[in-house]
Design a protein around this ligand. Structure first.
Ligand SMILES: [Zn+2]
Length: 84
């Protein structure tokens, strides 16, 4: 299993965050603010974050590196099979 470089614990998954930007219309209706959605949220490219589920430190900022890290697990399993 790959180890978290921050806390040294073995982890087999990461917590991924995607950032979206959304816009809306802000009205005053009977003296109360009211928002209505203007359009669908837009994905903000390049602002992903992948955290360790144990220490919650950000380990990666893109999916490619995060997947590369998680693939470690498979690579090592394959090596073990070869040794047996
Ligand atoms: Zn960690």
């Amino acid at each position: 299993m790959p180890k978290c470089p921050k806390c040294g614990e073995e982890i087999d998954y990461l917590i991924g965050y995607y950032r979206y930007e959304s816009s809306n219309f802000l009205h005053m209706i009977d003296g109360e603010p009211e928002r209505t959605f203007r359009d669908e949220a837009t994905y903000l490219e390049g602002e992903d974050e992948y955290e360790c589920p144990l220490c919650e430190k950000v380990l990666f900022d893109n999916e490619e590196d995060a997947l590369e890290f998680l693939r470690e697990k498979r690579k090592r399993r394959r090596c073990k099979k070869g040794d047996e």
